[in-house]
Design a protein around this ligand. Structure first.
Ligand code: CP
Length: 306
């Protein structure tokens, strides 16, 4: 991993990922430690969030650090026209690490280039969501007992879904086979398919969310169609109900299948799936606390080795 910041999962080697997962497991064993005593962590959220912000802030609190920041940029001086550059420079005067979510692709990378303190990317537009990827990988490992040679089906908004784009990068070290289920309008962009081609990773694209695809999968990674990414709301209306997973659709799935979703969901997973033992999305979100503890300590060079 490029030392200092955590901007893209593509910056992480396989060894980096495995080491972070080991640290994540240690934090799951003991999430209450004082390793961040005296540290101030800033959470700058220019886009809405529930899980990412609150799990990062819980991570800091449980490790004895302190949190400053905002969850609504309209209450900050960016609403008066202050640039991102100036905001990052200012906050760097106050905090030891900045955890930021921004609607512009590349915003976290840009921030990392104008400050000496570590930047953690909590999501930048449709680009990357690397801390989500770490909790996704950890969840896949916990439920499957391995990361290698799995069949992963991704469903929904594969065009704008930053969790999808990050997870493709992260899983590329582990020889997956992907099935991509999306309406024509939300197909995976070519740049990601070209990446998979260069890595020799097999994938198939589908518009039909068929039993054949579900029943061969080890992981079903559902995603929300993101209204906020559409400039034309008529386009959103056309695709918003494309795929809805119901309990019966899992009847003939593999015993080890687990349903993941980065959340929030709207209607793409019916509520009766929640009680199915194959539903793992709430535990997945809980794993985010431990994964984010590991990431914060890694960028601050405070990883526990004992
Ligand atoms: N998965 C995720 O990023 O959720 P939030 O938008 O609630 O942070």
């Amino acid at each position: 991993m490029k030392k200092g910041s955590f901007v893209s999962i593509a910056d992480c080697s396989k060894e980096d990922i495995l080491q972070l997962m080991e640290e994540t497991a240690r934090f799951e064993q003991n999430p209450n430690q004082d390793v961040l005593e005296g540290k101030v962590c800033a959470t700058l959220f220019f886009e809405p969030s529930t899980r990412t912000r609150l799990s990062f802030e819980t991570a800091v609190n449980r490790l004895g650090g302190r949190v400053i920041g905002f969850s609504d940029a309209s209450t900050t001086s960016s609403s008066k026209g202050e640039t991102l550059k100036d905001t990052i420079k200012m906050v760097s005067n106050y905090a030891d690490v900045i955890i930021m979510r921004h609607y512009l692709e590349g915003a976290a990378r840009y921030a990392s280039e104008i400050t000496d303190i570590p930047i953690i990317n909590a999501g930048d537009g449709a680009n990357q969501h690397p801390s989500q990827t770490m909790l996704d990988l950890y969840s896949i490992y916990k439920t499957q007992g391995r990361l290698s040679n799995l069949i992963i089906t991704m469903v929904g908004d594969l065009k704008y879904g930053r969790t999808v784009h990050s997870l493709l990068n992260g899983m590329s070290h582990f020889n997956p086979t992907f099935h991509f289920v999306a309406p024509e309008e939300l197909r995976l962009p070519d740049i990601y398919k070209q990446f998979l081609d260069t890595q020799g990773i097999l994938y198939e694209e589908h518009t039909d969310f068929s039993p054949e695809v579900i029943n061969k999968s080890d992981i079903l990674y559902m995603t929300r169609v993101q209204r906020e990414r559409f400039t034309d709301l008529m386009e959103y209306e056309k695709v918003k109900n494309s795929y809805i997973l119901t309990n019966e659709m899992l009847d003939h799935s593999k015993p080890n299948l687990r349903v993941l979703h980065p959340l929030p969901r709207v209607n793409e997973i019916a509520y009766d799936v929640d009680d199915n033992p194959k539903a793992y999305y709430f535990e997945q979100a809980k794993n985010g606390l431990y994964a984010r503890q590991a990431i914060i300590c890694e960028v601050l060079n405070l990883s526990l080795r004992a």
